[in-house]
Ligand binder design. Structure first.
Ligand SMILES: *[C@@H]1O[C@H](CO)[C@@H](O)[C@H](O)[C@H]1NC(C)=O
Length: 192
C-alpha cells in the first residue's frame, strides 16, 4: 500500500515535470539570422536576415519589439511603430507581421562593415543574434578597413551604451543646475 502510493507520487511528479518541460519548449522564441560572415562589395544592396518564430503564430505585434544595432548605434526599431533611425537601412512592417525582421542595406559603404545585432523582445522573451558584415572594395587593392571593425569593444551591449548616454545627459543637467545656482549666489552676494 505504502509502496503503491510512493510510486503514484513519483508518477505524478514525473507527469508534472514533463508538462513543465513541454510548456517551456512551447514558449520558446526562435530567432535565426544570416550566417556570418556576410560578404558584400561597396555599392551592393544586401539583406541581413533576421526571422522570428513564435509558439503561437501569427506574431502578436503589441507584444513585439525589435531593435537593430550596428556598433552600438540604433539603426531601426519597432515598438508599436516602425522607427528607421538610419536613412541607409530599410525594414518593412508588413514583413514583420510575418516574423521577418530582416534589414535591407542599400548602396553599402565600407564604414558599414562590422557587427549587426538583431534584438527581438517578445512578451517576456528576449533573443539577440549577431551578424558580421565584411565589405570589400574591389576598386582598392589594399584592405585597410580591417582594424576599423572593433571600435565598440566586445560585450558592450547597447543597453550599457544607452546607460552611458543617460549618465552623460544627467551630468549635463546637474551641471546646468549648478551653474544657475552659482549665478544666483553670485547675484545675492553682489546685491549685499
Ligand atoms: C523579408 O523582408 C524583406 C524586406 O524587408 C524582403 O526583401 C525579403 O524578401 C523578405 N524575406 C522573406 C523570406 O519573405
Amino acid at each position: 500500500m505504502r509502496r503503491g502510493m510512493r510510486e503514484m507520487a513519483v508518477q505524478v511528479m514525473f507527469a508534472a515535470f514533463s508538462f513543465l518541460l513541454i510548456r517551456v519548449s512551447l514558449s520558446e522564441l526562435q530567432v535565426t539570422v544570416s550566417e556570418s560572415p556576410v560578404k558584400a562589395n561597396v555599392g551592393d544592396n544586401l539583406l541581413l536576415t533576421c526571422h522570428l518564430g513564435v509558439d503561437q503564430p501569427p506574431v502578436d505585434m503589441s507584444r513585439l519589439m525589435i531593435q537593430w544595432y550596428h556598433r552600438g548605434n540604433l539603426l531601426a526599431e519597432y515598438d508599436n511603430k516602425l522607427d528607421i533611425q538610419d536613412p541607409k537601412v530599410h525594414m518593412s512592417k508588413e514583413e514583420l507581421q510575418k516574423g521577418n525582421a530582416s534589414l535591407l542595406l542599400s548602396n553599402i559603404k565600407a564604414n558599414q562593415a562590422g557587427s549587426y545585432r538583431c534584438y527581438v523582445y517578445y512578451a517576456a522573451d528576449t533573443r539577440m543574434k549577431e551578424i558580421v558584415l565584411e565589405v570589400a572594395d574591389p576598386t582598392k587593392v589594399q584592405e585597410e578597413e580591417e582594424d576599423e571593425q572593433e571600435i565598440c569593444p566586445k560585450g558592450s551591449s547597447p543597453l550599457v551604451l544607452n546607460k552611458v548616454d543617460e549618465m552623460i545627459s544627467d551630468f549635463y543637467k546637474i551641471h546646468g543646475k549648478l551653474r544657475s545656482l552659482t549665478r544666483k549666489v553670485q547675484k545675492c552676494l553682489c546685491s549685499q
